[in-house]
Design a protein around this ligand. Structure first.
Ligand code: SF4
Length: 263
């Protein structure tokens, strides 16, 4: 490593300690950097962490498999009969199946491509989502958009949604009965999109989709299955804002998802 690169690295580390915004560099970017002009000035304070671990050649071991029944074609349940994501969103907009309907401003059914290869699932809407009716549009949403861009997935090509479609008051965790009431919408959305990979972000999403009480730490770094679809568990972007040390493991997780998408 040249002196200028060592200095730049030191600078980035200092910026990280100072709380600067992080930048995730892809391997491609990393290799471009190898041939870059090393006399170039160090990046500004907005650029801080360079997370470019070498990928393992092996995918992680299989984990939990959860296989809830698919929609029954002869069911009279309107959720199971919903023929499109828009139909699901329409049902959500009128839903009063749990107490969260009393405090919501707008329902947040989810958004993205109907043919998305990746479905990203979080816990529930926050304040900005509740105001706008769109998932992941606050600071956590900006970070999720960056994370997806780092694996060459424009946000519009991903279907992004939550376990519950209405905001829990004060951003508390959704309760068991609220999750149980709302889950059929998510199941139907996943069924309609039929993605290649699911990314479960945070404890609530991971434990709910895999029907397990195992901790997020235990669930990470495995390839789980939801109705046979590979499912990768990672931290919720909001948790990354609170604890930047989790950005590196999150980057490792999304790269596993990216490899599954390529396969
Ligand atoms: S959280 Fe889900 S089940 Fe509860 S009211 Fe909203 S849409 Fe209906």
């Amino acid at each position: 490593m040249t002196d200028s690169r060592a200095l730049a690295l030191e600078y980035l580390k200092q910026q990280q300690l100072l709380g600067g915004d992080s930048v995730i560099l892809t391997e491609e970017a990393g290799s471009r950097e190898q041939g870059a002009d090393t006399t170039a000035p160090a990046p500004g304070p907005a650029q801080a962490i360079v997370a470019t671990p070498a990928p393992s050649s092996q995918l992680p071991a299989p984990g939990v498999s959860f296989d809830p029944p698919n929609a029954d074609l002869f069911s009279t349940d309107p959720i199971q009969r919903a023929a499109s994501l828009q139909d699901v969103a329409t049902l959500v907009a009128a839903c009063r199946k749990c107490g969260l309907c009393d405090t919501r401003t707008k329902t947040v059914p989810g958004e993205g491509a109907a043919t998305a290869r990746l479905v990203a699932v979080g816990e529930g809407p926050g304040r900005t989502e509740d105001e706008t009716g769109r998932p992941f549009v606050g600071r956590a949403g900006e970070l999720l958009t960056k994370i997806l861009a780092a694996i060459d997935l424009p946000r519009e090509q991903v279907f992004i949604c939550n376990i519950v479609k209405c905001r829990p008051p004060e951003n508390r965790q959704p309760q068991f009965d609220e999750i149980a009431a709302c889950l059929p919408y998510l199941y139907r959305q996943i069924e309609l999109v039929n993605p290649k990979v699911i990314l479960a972000m945070g404890n609530t999403a991971a434990q709910t989709l895999l029907n397990t009480r195992q901790s997020l730490g235990a669930l990470r770094n495995h390839i789980h299955r939801f109705r046979g679809i590979p499912l990768v568990v990672t931290y919720h972007p909001a948790a990354l804002l609170r604890n930047p040390n989790w950005k590196r493991p999150t980057w490792d997780d999304v790269r596993i998802a990216a490899r599954l998408l390529e396969g």
